[in-house]
Design a binder for this molecule. Structure first.
Ligand SMILES: [Ca+2]
Length: 565
């Protein structure tokens, strides 16, 4: 099934996969290591580490050493000890090298810690010609006392204005940190990919990547307005790719390319970006949260990206149609551009989604059709655009962003001299169903149980607030109105159990909160028909039975949603 969460990912997932991929690349020895003494085997005559400069960062309680007792490889590691926690700063072993903007490096390191009250980590400072810091990047942090060496990495993409980079092995706060097997490699494939993006996309690619130009009237109406100045909002909604998955910064996400294009072509207008991407979610949650996350900001232009998280099936297309109808009918009657991303197998939900695009005359852009033929012909590798199974890195985001702007270029080139009339007030009849145009989302903190035995509201960390139960037999009931009921609950490899859900006393549906994957937890969402319009009573009962590998029977209800009248 295409919409499964392991594909759709989350920030946790993609970071994990990125690290794995990076280390695989490092161990393959693809690029030379640029550090002269990353294993700290070489010492000065006085016993100090060669090639690295200790920087106390103004602290008097810090000491630096080459440690031949604790080491991961060879005969020594480098250690930093801070004896007292007063006035903490960022003392570090430093290694500086000249760099150029646009270059990309990966620093890998192994860290051990003892009694570290704050964190040990690896960072890179980017300095300008006056040795002022332009910006920095930092990697995973290690705290407390580790029982073994931990691997960390940081990707360093050299920003404009930087002439040198300082690799820093940092201990922040008291304790001892050891560093060993530090590596620094340059990623020339990434650099070549980003350099190629400076060129216009080949016309043949754009032609095949433009699934449909669609009706440009809404886009052109926006352009005519924006040419006169004013304030405008550009919104993006989708899954983890839209949220930024695997882009190294906000500025290298696909949405940034569109925002930059709008600012360049309509400089007297003020443009604001609203990013409504949420990892591991599809249009089922999208059609419920559209009002809250996107339409409440009254967007003037929207990009919708759901071709990876939604399955290529009618059921998903139905909720997507509801999302599209909500956006198209919203206050500003904004244009919607449909973006079809892909997974590592070249798969996506474009077939079903493009039926909707054609029905509503929407511009459709396919990243899959833009790049997959290159990958199939082996003129491009998947790794050139993505470090995992789904999420594009900066190069992939760049292609998606540039594909979107080619459509905007076309709309601008063909801009009519006379005012484009407003769209019709009424949307065309639905292609599949209108049900999901009318939705209601109630998060846990606003849910008002009609009956409750054994469940309690748990505010959690905010984003995972839930109604929670762990004693089998606990019952929770709600009154809902609508033709379809959405239930979202937390699934994770933890002490999770099962609940059965029934509507109006009908046949129960058993839901499993235990998740077999190890990459983390996610908001699972299911949809249940209520049996018809109007009021219904939904009942949750925690079951005693559970997955054999689970150590408990907890269930966390995150939200309820309804669709239809
Ligand atoms: Ca060593």
């Amino acid at each position: 099934m295409q919409g499964r969460p392991a594909w759709s990912g989350s920030m946790n997932t993609h970071l994990g996969l990125t690290a794995v991929t990076l280390f695989a690349a490092l161990s393959a020895g693809a690029a030379p290591d640029l550090l002269p003494n990353g294993s700290f085997e070489e010492a000065e005559a006085n016993g100090a580490v060669s090639g690295w400069t200790p920087d106390t960062a103004g602290m008097t309680t810090v000491s630096f050493a080459r440690d031949s007792e604790v080491k991961r490889s060879g005969g020594a590691s480098a250690s930093i000890t801070i004896s007292s926690n007063d006035n903490p700063s960022w003392p570090a072993f430093c290694f500086a090298l000249p760099v150029q903007p646009g270059q990309s490096y990966t620093v890998g390191a192994w860290i051990r810690t003892r009694d570290v009250v704050r964190v040990a980590y690896v960072a890179t400072d980017f300095l300008d010609a006056k040795r002022e810091r332009v910006t920095f990047a930092s990697g995973g942090t290690i705290s407390g006392t580790t029982d073994d060496w931990k691997q960390v990495s940081v990707v360093a993409q050299i920003p404009k204005g930087a002439v040198s980079m300082v690799v820093k092995l940092i201990l922040y706060g008291s304790g001892t940190a050891w560093f060993d097997d530090v590596t620094l490699v340059r990623d020339e494939a990434y650099e070549a990919g980003m350099a190629k993006l400076q060129q216009p996309l080949p016309a043949e690619w754009v032609a095949r990547g433009t699934t449909s130009v669609g009706d440009l009237a809404r886009v052109q109406r926006l352009f005519q307005a924006a040419a006169k100045g004013g304030q405008y909002t550009f919104g993006v909604i989708g899954g983890s790719i839209t949220a930024g998955g695997c882009a190294s910064s906000v500025d290298t996400r696909y949405a940034a390319y569109v925002l930059t294009w709008l600012k360049e072509h309509f400089p007297t207008a003020e443009w604001t970006l609203v990013n409504a991407g949420i990892g591991a979610t599809g249009t089922n949650y999208g059609c419920l949260r559209a009002q809250r996350d996107l339409l409440s900001k009254t967007p003037d232009l929207v990009v919708a990206e759901y071709a990876v998280n939604d399955g290529n099936e009618r059921e998903y297309a139905e909720t997507y149609e509801g999302l599209l109808r909500q956006i198209l009918a919203s206050a500003k009657q904004p244009p919607v551009l449909m973006l079809f991303m892909m997974n590592i197998a070249g798969g996506n939900a474009q077939e079903w989604q493009s039926k909707l695009g054609r029905h509503y005359g929407l511009p459709m852009l396919s990243y899959r059709d833009l790049l997959w033929p290159e990958i199939e012909a082996k003129r491009m590798a998947w790794a050139d655009i993505s470090p995992d199974a789904v999420h594009p890195h900066d190069v992939g985001h760049g292609y998606a962003g540039k594909l979107l702007t080619t459509l905007l270029d076309r709309a601008l080139t063909d801009l009519p001299a006379t005012p484009v009339p407003a769209p019709a007030a009424e949307l065309p009849p639905a292609l599949l169903t209108e049900v999901y145009q009318f939705t209601h989302l109630i998060e846990a903190d606003e849910l008002k149980p009609a009956a409750n035995t054994g469940w309690a509201y748990d505010p959690g960390s905010g984003w995972d607030k839930a109604w929670k139960a762990s004693v089998p037999g606990s019952v929770l009931e709600f009154e809902v109105t609508g033709e379809q009921l959405f239930v979202s609950y937390w699934r994770i490899r933890g002490s999770m159990g099962r609940a059965q859900i029934s509507i109006d006393g009908g046949r129960p549906s058993v839901q499993e909160a235990w998740f077999d994957q190890t990459w983390g937890g996610y908001r699972h969402m299911i949809k249940l028909p209520t049996g018809g319009p109007g009021k219904h009573r939904v009942r949750f009962e925690l079951l005693a039975e559970k997955q054999a590998e689970s150590s408990g029977t907890e269930f966390r209800l995150l939200c309820l949603g309804t669709a239809g009248k």
